[in-house]
Each structure stands twice: as C-alpha cells, then as structure tokens.
Design a protein around this ligand. Structure first.
Ligand SMILES: Cc1ncc(COP(=O)(O)O)c(C=O)c1O
Length: 391
C-alpha cells in the first residue's frame, strides 16, 4: 500500500537523521563505545528499582538493570520488551493477515504512546489537515473530535444502527463529497481518506459493530482507498466469550491502524520524597558527576587529540563540539562500516545543520553516556588518524 496519499506533506521528514541511525546501531554492538547519541549516563538514574503490589498480594519487582534500561532513551517505538508483548497479544487476539505477510509495504508494526489519546494526537497530525473530510460515527468520543478539529479536519458523522455504521450512509458520504464545502471557510473539501471508528462498546452509544458489518465496511474502504483508524479501547470488555473479531483481523491490505488503551501509572513519589531541597541536592550531584566525565574526556583529548582536532571546553550540557583540523568533511563519521572498524561513533556536524549540503568539519562528541572515556578517546584518535590517511 502506498501510504504517502494518507500523509499530510511533511517536507522535514525527508531530512536524514544520522544521530539516530548511529545511536540505534550502537545499541546492537556491545563492544562499541558510542560518543554519538545524546544520551545521559545510566549510573545517575535516581530510581534504581521498584516494586508493585498487585491486588492478589503478588509483588512485582523491577530490578536495577531493568530500571536502568527503562530510564534512559531507547527505541522511539517503545521498550522492546513491551513491544514484544504487544506483538504477541496482537498475534493471539487479532491474528492480522499482514503479520507474517513478508511484504515490506505491508509490514506489521507496533508503537507505544502515552495512552490512546497520545496516539491520536500523533496520528491526526500526520494524516489530517485543513479541508480534509474525516468520516466517523455521528456521535463520537469528545477527545477524538477535538483532536481532529485542531488539525483542521471537517467531521462528517455517519448514521449508525445496532450493527454499527450504516453502509448506505458511508457510501453516500463517499459519492457525494464534492457537494460539501467547509462550514468554517466556505472552501471546497477533499475526498475523504480516513474513516475513524470505535467498533466495540462504542463511546457513547455502546454499539458493537458486527463482524458482517465490518466486512462490508472494509470492502467499501478498499474500493475508495480509505485508511481505517480502529479506536478499540473496549475490545477486551466484550461480555460474550466469542469476541467479535477486529478490523485488524480482516486487514489484508495494511489499511487499518489499530489503537488500544492500557491504564496509565504516574509516579509522583520521588518528588514527594525529595522535596525542593532534595531535588536541588540531586541537581548538584548530577552537575558534579557530569563535570567529572567532561574533565576525564577532555584530559584524554588533550593528551591524544590536539594535533588532529580542536574544540572549546563546554560549560554545560552533554556535548563537546569539535572540529577536524585539516578541514575535512566530517560526514565520514556517518560511514558506519568505516567507524565500526574502530568501535567508536560520533555524529557529523551536518546532522545538526539547517543546510544539509553543509560540508562542515565539525562533529559532536557526547561524553556522558559511556564510563570508558579514556578508551573512547584512544579509539577516536585511531579513527581520525585513519580518516586522515584516506585523504
Ligand atoms: C473511544 C475512546 N478512545 C480513547 C479514549 C482514551 O484512551 P486513553 O485513556 O488510553 O488515552 C477513550 C476514553 O474514554 C475512549 O472512550
């Protein structure tokens, strides 16, 4: 499926993001020291473990290692363990036809967001813009409507019966869309590309769309090339043992985006425990910790790198902005194969430049993530020597 038709124009999305590519690759290489990703140090995470008491008395414990992993940056899509659980749950309850399809254009993928509303917030900004018609049940969840309107969408409510959205009304909306004009601006609207629906225990009507109706609606969506956003927070609250299968379980094309909801847990305990003074003490502790890392890094740089690079000592933050002395283009640091030979990454300056054609010799060192500063700088020296030898 070609998803570009569903996306609002996002020029900046075409911009390469070398920092992220290097950071993600570095996670996979246990021996590599990364000076690339802008990551804080795992050793200063203030919570080193926690336990949850379940209603049945069971205690669940998050140990030190898990806490360290969970507290720093990881994959943008979410904690890999959580994602793998979501994947398993989907396979069991929805068995999406595209799960094992193998076609890269229909890849099944999951992402964790702060609640279902968080997902909508992201999704509508990517798919809805001014003068777009969005189809949805004639009564719908207030959070959805507000979110769609914020993006400039014109909402067209579809009539429902006890089986769900009425297909005659859906077809009508899809064939007579040219007659519509924006209520707000009087402008002509675009042909609908999105159908948003709450198929189970619909909020507010309580209607659960039958499987037969879902099949009919899916077929219409195929004929008119619609993306179906299936907002299904009540799927697991079906009172019959035979769950009505989801739209996702019908989705041979990859045109269904399914939103699920899990309860959220906010931890304010730490601030309660610290108070303002404790908070300040923690800041001082962090400043001291990172300053020592900066000093160790720079001391080693002074010993090994002054003939090859120049830099100014940073007064704050996590980064040293350095420059290759021979003015070579630092884009070479994006060549992972080359840098992996020396087991060290830094980020080329162009990744931060507004001008993507900027042949800058600057590059960024993040000194906070690793505790192997000395070894990292030794490797960086070898890498820069190797770069110079290539000239
Ligand atoms: C249809 C629907 N979608 C989404 C939400 C919000 O879900 P979350 O709490 O995961 O953001 C609700 C909550 O009432 C809802 O009824």
């Amino acid at each position: 499926m070609d998803y570009s038709r569903f996306l609002v124009p996002q020029k900046e999305a075409n911009e390469p993001y070398i920092t992220r590519i290097l950071a993600m690759r570095a996670f996979q290489l246990p021996n590599l020291i990364s000076l690339a990703g802008g990551l804080p140090n795992k050793d200063v995470v203030p919570i080193v473990g926690c336990s949850f008491t379940c209603a049945d008395g069971t205690t669940l414990t998050v140990d030190k290692d898990e806490m360290k992993k969970a507290s720093t940056y990881q994959s943008t899509k979410g904690n890999p363990k959580t994602l793998s659980w979501i994947h398993k749950i989907h396979a069991k309850y929805h068995n999406p036809p595209i799960l094992n399809d193998g076609n890269p254009n229909k890849r099944f993928s999951t992402v964790v967001t702060p609640g279902c509303m968080g997902a909508m917030h992201l999704l509508f900004r990517l798919t809805v813009e001014t003068d777009d018609v969005v189809l949805l049940e004639e009564f719908s969840f207030g959070g959805t409507k507000k979110n769609m309107r914020l993006c400039g969408g014109e909402l067209v409510g579809l009539k429902m019966d006890e089986q769900g959205i009425r297909t005659d009304d859906l077809k009508d909306a899809l064939t007579r869309w040219q007659q519509r004009v924006s209520v707000a601006s009087g402008r002509k609207l675009r042909k609908p590309r999105l159908l948003y629906t709450v198929p189970t225990g619909h909020n507010p009507t309580g209607v659960t769309t039958s499987f037969e109706r879902k099949k009919e609606i899916y077929k219409i969506a195929q004929e008119h090339d619609l993306l179906i956003i299936e907002d299904d927070p009540y799927f697991y609250l079906q009172y019959s043992e035979d769950f009505v299968p989801s739209y996702q379980s019908l989705d041979t094309d990859g045109r269904v985006i399914r939103l699920d909801s899990m309860s959220k847990l906010a931890i304010m305990k730490l601030f309660d425990h610290w108070g303002m003074d404790g908070f300040h003490q923690h800041i001082n502790y962090l400043r001291d910790f990172y300053q020592k890392l900066r000093d160790r890094t720079e001391q080693m740089m002074h010993e090994l790198l002054t003939d090859l690079i120049e830099w100014k000592s940073p007064e704050a933050g996590l980064y040293i902005w350095a420059k290759l002395k021979n003015n070579q283009n630092s884009l070479i640091f994006a060549d992972m194969e080359f840098c992996e030979k020396h087991d060290v990454f830094v980020v080329p300056g162009v990744d931060f430049s507004c001008d993507l054609n900027n042949a800058t010799s600057y590059f960024r060192i993040c000194f906070t993530y690793t505790n192997q500063q000395e070894e990292a700088i030794k490797r960086l020296r070898n890498l820069v020597v190797d770069i110079n030898a290539r000239q």
